[in-house]
Design a protein. Sequence first.
Length: 319
Amino acid sequence: MSVLVFAESPEGKFKKIAFEAVSYGKKIASQLKTQLVVLTINAENASEVATYGADKILKVNNGDLANFNAIKTVSIIQQAAQKENAEVVIIDSSSNGLYLAPIISAKLEAGFASNVIEEPSSTVPFIVKRKAFSNKAFIHTEIPTAIKVLGLAKNSVGVLENSTSVNEEVFSPEIIASGVTSVSTNKSSGKISIADADIVVSGGRGLKGPENWGLIEELADVLGAAIACSKPVSDLGWRSHEEHVGQTGKPVAANLYIAIGISGAIQHLAGVNASKVKVVINTDPEAPFFKAAEYGIIGDAFEVVPKLIEKLKEFKAKN
């Protein structure tokens, strides 16, 4: 028996979310007193996952897998799970992971729990805690099947170093034909991805126009943060739709989410509620965001944000 983690490595490099999945897998492997197997595909440095507890690494290297293909990836994970007699399969909550997990569970005839945020409270029966109702509630779910597939919620368990002596093995699964061809891929460059960011700075209509977005960009640059926006901003064409966050956009589960000039519509709050600390800057003291945020500043963004940037720069210069 084993615990299997699929550690995704877009363009050959692991992201934080992969290390979090491996860290989580180690906790479960310790509970079950079994080994943690990590599956990698075209990773430039697969041995990195040993830092977070991998006992064995299955390394798949194949040029045909340069672009993500769900059908091929599911088949590889299925073959790895069967080869290693995996009792638990863990998938992260990246956009690809959200797509893969339910398909894998069907292929393995496994019970599936999404949005998992803690290690199992019990292994017999197998019970996990999950987020539900747009992060407003928790569910304790029992999975009675022999094989369990867990979709790990981002930024829920953290990254924990647990270096081990690892066995690395080249794995050559059958690469099935999918009938799907990638024609082209458009990727943003030179900026931090919202999905991977620990800090997100987001702007709303309170900024009054795209010409004022320099405030958001400068604050994000000082903090090393990703830039986001509310739905009305993207609908107005001030910013790209790829920056739209919320229930109808990209979900955010950052350590710090700063909302500037965003009132806090219910759809927006539902999409960012998983963030650990939320800060709002708004002139309207009745804005709904103030009830959801841990910290709030009632004030004009054009006065508050420059002062915040100045203080942050001073702090960084001294530390």
